[in-house]
Design a protein around this ligand. Structure first.
Ligand SMILES: [Zn+2]
Ligand SMILES: [Zn+2]
Length: 276
């Protein structure tokens, strides 16, 4: 039996004899099934045989980035937030092996795994098992998107959750109804760090963020939703933010989010009529 992994999004499916007919995540309008390749499946064993490994890099003190190399699926960077009460693995990759899990545990015990939204579920249950059965937290509003149910999964209902001292999750919606943000108060030398993922997406110049229902398919969010997401994101203090592809807003990230939300709102509301 094989735990099937969608090649396009790297989300895991239950261990059945044959792979599913289709991936529900990629079939949704926020993602896509590649035209040329079509729906394809892989497994951890196949990825390992192909030479896939996990690379861990320090992003700032007590914050680590974890990438599958070569990339798997969407190719996100997972983050490991380390605290005295244990670490949080955020946006787990679509690949894990014993070597990578051991390297993560060398940095300290892991308290929980949580993905910002279903595109970032990766192989969260496999990660849980590789780390000794730690809980996998999933926003209750996105429970229908869990493709591999497991006893390790715990659903979060409500807007805000203090999951460890100094680490808070907020459900702010937008990209997905249950889209989560992670606030780490000790980050950025104590000024606070936000992990934004696709919910509040930092752009490459470090000066702007984007909001979207779908990034690959260029589907916007309305002015009302972006205003709600930005207001909810700014409910807790932070200075720096990191995205799920290695891009960051080094400082002043609260102002960046408000300014970016106002720009988005002005365009989708029709404030500008630029014909030149
Ligand atoms: Zn998929
Ligand atoms: Zn996404």
């Amino acid at each position: 039996m094989t735990v099937w992994i969608c090649r396009a999004c790297a989300v895991e499916y239950p261990d059945t004899e044959h792979p599913p007919a289709a991936c529900a995540i990629c079939g949704d309008e926020r993602q896509y099934v590649p035209l040329e390749a079509g729906q394809q499946w892989t497994s951890l064993a196949e990825l390992s045989e192909a030479g896939t490994t996990l690379a861990i890099t320090e992003v700032e003190p007590d914050l680590f980035g974890i990438n599958a190399v070569p990339g798997v699926g969407i190719g996100q960077r997972a983050h490991l937030v380390r605290t005295d009460a244990g670490s949080i693995l955020w946006d787990p990759t679509g690949f894990v092996d014993a070597t990578g899990a051991a390297a993560v545990l060398e940095l300290g015990p892991v308290a929980a795994i949580v993905a910002s939204h279903p595109h970032m579920f990766g192989v969260q249950v496999e990660w849980s098992r590789a780390l000794g059965g730690v809980p996998v937290l999933v926003a209750g509003a996105d429970r229908e998107w869990v493709q591999r149910p497991d006893d390790a999964i715990q659903f979060l209902d409500g807007d805000e959750h203090l999951i460890l001292p100094g680490v808070t999750l907020r459900t702010v919606g937008g990209h997905f109804p249950g889209s989560l943000l992670l606030y780490w108060s000790a980050g950025a030398e104590g000024r606070g760090v936000l992990l934004g993922s696709d919910t509040v997406f930092p752009l490459q110049d470090g000066k702007w963020v984007a909001f979207a229902r779908s990034f690959p398919n260029h589907i916007p969010l309305s002015a009302a939703v972006v205003d709600r997401v930005a207001t909810a994101a700014l409910a807790r203090p932070f200075d720096r933010m990191y995205g799920n592809f290695g891009w960051a807003i080094p400082g002043g990230a609260m102002d960046v989010i408000r300014r970016s939300a106002d720009r988005h709102i002005a365009w989708v509301r029709g404030d500008f009529d630029h014909l030149t």
